[in-house]
Design a protein around this ligand. Structure first.
Ligand SMILES: Nc1ncnc2c1ncn2[C@@H]1O[C@H](COP(=O)(O)OP(=O)(O)OP(=O)(O)O)[C@@H](O)[C@H]1O
Ligand SMILES: [Mg+2]
Length: 227
């Protein structure tokens, strides 16, 4: 389990939200492979299924039909408890809307992620400071989220997602609502985070940003299309 082979495999994945006639497929037979160690962009317009695909790859949800294999583990069909434990070990996520804890400082947000992942108490603060240094925010470690700009909050969310050193980092529109300079900066950080045994996937609707990735996977209407 884990190790060699593609980081993510989707085989004919369908995801329907709701049921009966109101059910709308967010993914309609999507098949894809993400190569290990790469920076891969998931490109598609609003509503094409990017967030759904990220959630399935993270084991936050399971497909209605089809297989999802991540880091060598078949994630589809597993119980919620299994997926939660597996996710804690293997997955870092940057959500579309950062989800920082507003009552904790930047540093505390990153340290909390290590606590949740069960990392040893010793060295947590040092490691969190290193990560904040990596995203250029060591000097603002003691600020609360509302005292940070949108771009800075986004970078704290990235530091937090890397806190437990996950082999797979999934970032959903990590550059949304940022100006272009900050967008490029975040993609540059994702590039640095990829490689050396770590795979990074980011969802975006921006062609130009996607082109900064090693590989682009295009989603249209819940299906993967050739470039
Ligand atoms: N919880 C839900 N219940 C019902 N429909 C949903 C739900 N989540 C998403 N959908 C629908 O599934 C489709 C795909 O949504 P998804 O969020 O995956 O798209 P996206 O590519 O991430 O879009 P965006 O770029 O706007 O974030 C959309 O038609 C959306 O309306
Ligand atoms: Mg989305």
């Amino acid at each position: 389990m884990g190790g060699a082979g593609p980081a993510i495999v989707f085989e004919d994945v369908w995801k329907l939200y709701g049921s009966g006639p109101a059910a709308s497929p967010a993914l309609r037979g999507a098949s894809l492979e993400v190569e290990s160690g790469t920076l891969t962009a998931l490109l598609g317009p609003s509503g094409s299924g990017k967030t759904t695909a990220i959630f399935l790859a993270a084991g936050l949800d399971v497909p209605t039909r089809g297989r999802v294999v991540v880091l060598g583990w078949e994630v589809s069909g597993r119980s919620e408890g299994w997926r939660r434990r597996w996710r804690r070990e293997n997955i870092g996520i940057v959500f579309q809307f950062f989800h920082l804890v507003p009552t904790l400082t930047a540093l505390e947000n990153v340290v909390l992620a290590m606590e949740i992942a069960g990392r040893p108490r010793r060295g947590r603060v040092e490691r969190a400071l290193e990560l904040l240094e990596f995203v250029g925010l060591r000097g603002k470690a003691d600020r609360y989220p509302q005292e940070l700009s949108g771009g800075e909050q986004q970078r704290v969310a990235l530091a937090r997602a890397l806190a437990h050193d996950p082999p797979l980092l999934l970032a959903d529109e990590p550059t949304a609502n940022l100006d272009y300079a900050n967008k490029l900066r975040v993609v540059e950080l994702l590039r640095e985070a990829a490689g050396r045994g770590r795979t990074v996937v980011f969802a975006t609707h921006d062609e130009k940003l996607a082109s900064a990735a090693d590989r682009v996977i295009r989603l249209v209407d819940g299906r993967v299309v050739e470039a």
